[in-house]
Design a protein around this ligand. Structure first.
Ligand code: TXA
Ligand code: MG
Length: 315
């Protein structure tokens, strides 16, 4: 299959392709998504096939407006407050699915809840408005690999397998959206809407602090975002067999997430630098990527979450 390359100005073409049931990769403020109509079993099945994604791992539905979100999910007082504070933006709500919604059961993995997001990226919004129907979109990578923050990265893994890629430049946030469930607010996946920001609305628990949680979020528990090399965390002094991905003012790093120790900059560089340093390691016969300590605060929570997965046992 020939994958169409679309420029930033071609949002109407991208939106119409989605409306016609095609698979289109497009930018959001977090990472690139691989979109398809959320009401089309055929298109959604293709997403799982192309990514090699297990069918028990549900997808996020993207909407062009709050009205569109309310046709799909049930919002209570707290979720209404949260959406007023943070939408459009890099946060996904897991909410009860409305019975009469036309979302394919493949999207939700047949759960009674749906993950839903209204992105702030203007390009994403234009595409979603043209499509004028909810669009399911996981990150536009092969399952288990690093999420793409540029059209080139999408091209490298999905060219020839999907209908189009819209190149909207680099995704600024760089890590995937914060995912929460509500009542109480529980962070299922940390992101740039941080615990500190959510605490302005109510008490917050993290998934891993909450061992009794019955929420199933299958994609969030295993080794994920795996580079080919091994990864060692919290390293101040790498051994001679390691290559260092630095943070802050340090000398011996092959690449540095943020020399000025700015966590937002580090998040924005994370996935690109992880894949670049993986390539450098492979080329030089180095087996392990060492990563400097990252402060566990603000978006540092999200960075640590992703690099812990990158370091997880690949078994
Ligand atoms: O920033 C993002 O969220 C990007 C952009 C494209 O929007 N999307 C993204 O999608 O990261 P994906 O598929 O790579 O991650 C979605 C996560 C998965 O871990 C999945 O398990 C979880 O959302 N999820 C989806 N529906 C859920 C549900 N009903 N309950 C709990 N977790 C859910
Ligand atoms: Mg993903």
């Amino acid at each position: 299959m020939l994958t169409k390359y679309l420029k930033k100005s071609e949002t109407v073409t991208a939106g119409n392709l989605l409306k016609d049931g095609k698979l289109v990769a497009f930018p959001t403020e977090t990472v690139y998504g691989l979109g398809a109509r959320a009401d089309s079993n055929i298109a959604i099945k293709r997403i799982f096939d192309v990514k090699g994604r297990p069918t028990f791992n549900p997808l996020i539905v993207h909407v062009a407006s709050i009205d569109m979100a309310k046709d799909i999910a049930i919002f209570d007082d707290q979720s209404n407050q949260l959406l007023k504070a943070f939408w459009p933006g890099p946060i996904t709500f897991v909410l009860p699915l409305k019975r009469n919604s036309r979302i394919s059961k493949l999207v939700t993995a047949d759960l009674s809840t749906v993950a839903i997001r209204f992105p702030s990226s203007i390009i994403a919004q234009r595409i979603l408005l043209t499509a004028n129907t909810p669009i399911a979109a996981p990150s536009a990578n092969l399952s288990g690999k690093i999420s793409p923050t540029s059209a080139n990265q999408v091209f490298d893994s999905l060219n020839g397998k999907i209908d189009a890629i819209l190149d909207g430049g680099v995704s600024q946030v760089g890590v995937e959206s914060t995912i929460i469930s509500t009542n109480p607010i529980r962070i299922l996946r940390p992101g740039s809407i941080t615990r500190e920001k959510l605490e302005s609305i109510g008490d917050v628990t993290l998934l891993n602090e909450d061992r009794d949680s019955t929420i199933t979020a299958p994609g969030q528990l295993k080794s994920h975002y795996a580079p080919i090399s091994n990864v060692r965390l919290n390293v101040d002094y790498p051994s001679s067999h390691e290559i260092l991905l630095g943070f802050g003012n340090i000398q011996n790093a092959a690449l540095n997430l943020s020399p000025s120790a700015d966590l937002s900059e580090a998040a924005s560089n994370l996935f690109r630098m992880l894949s670049e340093i993986d390539q450098i390691a492979i080329k030089n016969g180095i087996q392990t990527i060492a990563i400097s300590p990252i402060p566990q605060k603000g978006i540092g929570d999200a960075i640590n979450d992703r690099i812990e997965r990158a370091a997880a046992d690949k078994a």
